[in-house]
Structures are given as structure tokens and as C-alpha cells.
Design a protein around this ligand. Structure first.
Ligand SMILES: [Zn+2]
Length: 105
């Protein structure tokens, strides 16, 4: 289980989603990398729509140890900033999107 990100071949900086140029060094070549874990930076609960089975929780997370910062959906309500998360991808409407579970500590 992991999320596929792009890592700069020049400086190693990781980004998600992919960009044409590395935001740190401007290099234009990257390689695929995967990130398994992240820590929670912030989260919000979206207003519930009719037909939603459960609250939709959107979070900003930072991959550990080297990033990137990304926006993911959470499977459940988190407890605190800094909480450890397990990343995974779930296909929705033909696209692989980043999700995370909370990890028991
Ligand atoms: Zn770079």
C-alpha cells in the first residue's frame, strides 16, 4: 500500500501530483517513487450531501520521511495533528486518488 509520487532526478524532492519542473531546483526530469506513510498536517470535514454514506474527510498530509505534501481523503476521522497515516490509492471514476487510514499508535 502506498501512493505513487514523482521524485526529482536532480535533487530528490518529491511532488504530488506531477509537475513539469521541480519546484525546488527547476529540473525537468523525474522518476516514480512511492510513499507508504504520512503525518497529518490539517483536516476538514466536508458538508454532508444527500446520499453520502459517511462524512467526507479531506486532509493535508506530509509524506514521511521526505514528503511530499499532498491532499488525501481519510477513511475515518483523525484524532490529532501529527498523527501517523498509512497511504493507499483508490480508483474512483477511472482515476487513482490518494487516500489514507489512521494507524494505531
Ligand atoms: Zn529538484
Amino acid at each position: 500500500m502506498s501512493v505513487n509520487v514523482h521524485q526529482c532526478r536532480a535533487c530528490g524532492h518529491c511532488v504530488y501530483p506531477a509537475r513539469l519542473w521541480c519546484p525546488v531546483c527547476g529540473h525537468d526530469k523525474n522518476q516514480p517513487a512511492s510513499v507508504d506513510y504520512a503525518e497529518l498536517v490539517a483536516w476538514t470535514v466536508m458538508p454532508q450531501k444527500e446520499g453520502d454514506m459517511a462524512p467526507v474527510v479531506i486532509a493535508t498530509v506530509r509524506g514521511v520521511p521526505d514528503g511530499p505534501v499532498m491532499v488525501v481523503r481519510l477513511e475515518e476521522m483523525p484524532a490529532r495533528v501529527g498523527q501517523r497515516l498509512r497511504l493507499f490509492e483508490r480508483e474512483m471514476q477511472g482515476r487513482k486518488l490518494p487516500w489514507a487510514w489512521t494507524v494505531a499508535e
